[in-house]
Each structure stands twice: as structure tokens, then as C-alpha cells.
Ligand binder design. Structure first.
Ligand SMILES: [Zn+2]
Length: 92
């Protein structure tokens, strides 16, 4: 069965904060906001492992991207393409 998890850290501690905006979730584990993903156990474990091993690198890259995009878009949502890219890197 698929579970809804944070695409960044794999936590299930996520909540849908704005009912009008389907893509706006918040992760209480890593403070991620944006769309979440549905995964099975195997995928969840991979994301959690990747997050634990590369946490600083992931946050660093996100901060770089955030600074770059700051003027046109101040939120940190992942596009579908970026989520696909992330999943690809995890070997899916
Ligand atoms: Zn998270």
C-alpha cells in the first residue's frame, strides 16, 4: 500500500495545510513545504536513507536554488520535473 511522505526526508509526519491548494503540504520533520509524494515501503526507505546520508548537501542545494529563484518565486515547491529527477537519482 502506498503512503504519503515528504519527498525530501521521507517522513510520514506531513500535513495538508491549505485545502484549496492541493500541492501545499508541510513536513514537520524537516520543514519542507510543497507537494508530497506517494510511495511504497521500499521507496520510503530509500528516501529516508538518502536524506540521512545527504541531508546537508540536499539543504545546501535547496538554499542555492532558493536564492536564485527568490525574486520570481519565494516558495520552495518542487515541480513535477524536479520530483521525477529526484526519484531518478534514487534509482527508481
Ligand atoms: Zn520532510
Amino acid at each position: 500500500m502506498k503512503k504519503k511522505v515528504c519527498p525530501r526526508c521521507g517522513s510520514r509526519n506531513v500535513e495538508w495545510i491549505i485545502p484549496q491548494v492541493w500541492s501545499r503540504w508541510v513536513c514537520y520533520n524537516c520543514d519542507y513545504t510543497g507537494p508530497i509524494i506517494e510511495v511504497d515501503d521500499e521507496m520510503e526507505n530509500k528516501i529516508v536513507k538518502n536524506w540521512k546520508e545527504n541531508k546537508e548537501e540536499i539543504l545546501y542545494k535547496e538554499s542555492l536554488r532558493k536564492n536564485k529563484d527568490n525574486e520570481e518565486d519565494e516558495n520552495e515547491e518542487l515541480s513535477d520535473e524536479e520530483i521525477d529527477e529526484k526519484l531518478k537519482k534514487l534509482g527508481i
